[in-house]
Design a protein around this ligand. Structure first.
Ligand SMILES: Cc1cc2nc3c(=O)[nH]c(=O)nc-3n(C[C@H](O)[C@H](O)[C@H](O)COP(=O)(O)OP(=O)(O)OC[C@H]3O[C@@H](n4cnc5c(N)ncnc54)[C@H](O)[C@@H]3O)c2cc1C
Length: 372
């Protein structure tokens, strides 16, 4: 018999949500996290938006798990006092040529299960007097959440049900055995190993490295990650009252567009942009020379913003499975039985909307384990 029933690699929002869902049913249960605290990587470097599920291709896991996860997340927040707010969101067309895109988004979004209402320019201005618009879409179910708040909740629930969350613990080996996997970890320069019946790879920006440790050819499997940075610039506090909800432009082929993000303290930020990185260094510096380009994007929506109003803020890195210029790819959540690796579940390319989708992702993984 294996030493441990389930090992989750990665203490981000996805790994913690999975631990909270599974720990009541599996024991002993480990979550292994390489950093000194959980949730220090992508899970704390994002827009903290509860997405409605508007943009994702119909039938995709992103669409389905976002819509399911959004409702689950609101229920969790309300029942457990997790800081959040249904601020709502407007997608604004800033010129007539963008209006067909609003119609397309309305069709795709409502098909996915996001409620959306068309707004005239006058209706948009009644809600947001300062934004540029010829008409828009209102998403009443879009909100914002404290990412740390929800991770603290998952962490607490998992531990309450007996899960051990090991920090400063890097997984460096994963070897198939008859009754599971031999997991090798490095803690404080020391290596040790234990066996685990199930291994769940929720390692975010290293999910492909972990899959490779298990012997998967990640290039051939389509698991190889491309790091794609998103930076934000902030507005001075004196401008915070100029916008009261999330405001997005109509999206481009590769991004939702630099948009207005509001945090729970009412602070306004713009971002994230899209910058594929040349290597896998976790460089979170925001390049101040991007200020003019940001200001130009922002002026599409808020014409009065000057370059000097913007200050570099924060950034996050998306774990994308698509290379620059390639079409968007879906989440990959796979029980690897077909690769001869039963008991290994890989979660690959868990970019946006995985924060929103986190409770539904956890349920999806739990169902995979029950049915396989
Ligand atoms: C700029 C940006 C904006 C975003 N905005 C939103 C949004 O508004 N709404 C939304 O729903 N989603 C958003 N997202 C997406 C969301 O943040 C991520 O999908 C989510 O945080 C992914 O969580 P995760 O647990 O998979 O990854 P992570 O948070 O990266 O967690 C993985 C963990 O694994 C650990 N790890 C890695 N390798 C090892 C190892 N070998 N051993 C042990 N531990 C290891 C890491 O230290 C890390 O803590 C955004 C993402 C970005 C980059």
């Amino acid at each position: 018999m294996a030493d441990v029933a389930v090992t989750v690699i990665g203490g981000g929002v996805v790994g913690l949500a999975i631990a909270a869902e599974l720990a009541p049913r599996y024991s002993p249960f480990f979550v292994l996290e390489r950093n000194a605290r959980y949730g220090q990587e992508t899970s704390s470097r994002n827009s903290e938006v509860i997405h409605a599920g508007i943009y994702y291709p119909p039938g995709s896991l992103k669409a389905r798990l976002c819509v399911e996860g959004r409702e689950m997340l609101y229920r969790l927040c309300e029942a457990n006092d997790i800081p959040h707010r249904r601020v709502t969101k407007i997608i604004t067309a800033t010129k007539r040529e963008e209006e067909p895109e609003l119609e397309r988004l309305h069709k795709v979004g409502t098909g996915n299960g996001a409620k959306l209402e068309f707004l005239s320019a006058a209706q948009v201005h009644a809600m947001e007097p300062h934004i540029t618009t010829v008409g828009g879409l209102l998403s009443p179910s879009t909100g914002i959440i404290s990412a740390h708040g929800v991770m603290d909740f998952y962490h607490h629930s998992a531990r309450l049900h007996g899960a051990e969350v090991q920090l400063h613990c890097t997984v460096v080996g994963l070897e198939r055995q008859p009754d599971g996997y031999l997991v090798t970890i490095e803690e404080g320069g020391q290596r040790s190993s234990f066996s685990s019946e199930w291994v769940i790879n929720a390692a975010g920006l290293e999910c492909d490295t972990i899959a490779a440790l298990a012997g998967i050819d990640v290039q051939q499997a389509g698991y190889r990650l491309h790091y794609c940075k998103g930076s934000y610039f902030a507005l001075p506090g004196s401008m915070n009252s100029l916008v009261s909800r999330l405001v997005y432009p109509v999206p481009t082929k590769h991004s939702l567009g630099v948009h207005v993000v509001i945090d729970l303290g009412g602070r306004l930020k713009f971002g994230p942009d899209v910058e594929y990185l040349p290597d896998r260094r976790l460089n979170y510096e925001v390049d101040p020379s991007k200020r003019h380009a940001f200001a130009e994007s922002v002026r599409r929506i808020l014409a009065f913003v000057k370059d000097e109003d913007l200050t570099p803020d924060m950034s996050g890195i998306r774990p994308k499975t698509q290379a620059p210029g390639d079409p968007t790819r879906d989440f990959i959540i796979a029980h690897e039985t077909a690769r001869g690796l039963p008991g290994l579940i890989n979660l690959i390319g868990m970019e946006s909307p995985a924060l929103t989708a986190s409770p539904a992702i956890a349920k999806y993984v739990s169902d995979l384990m029950k049915t396989s």
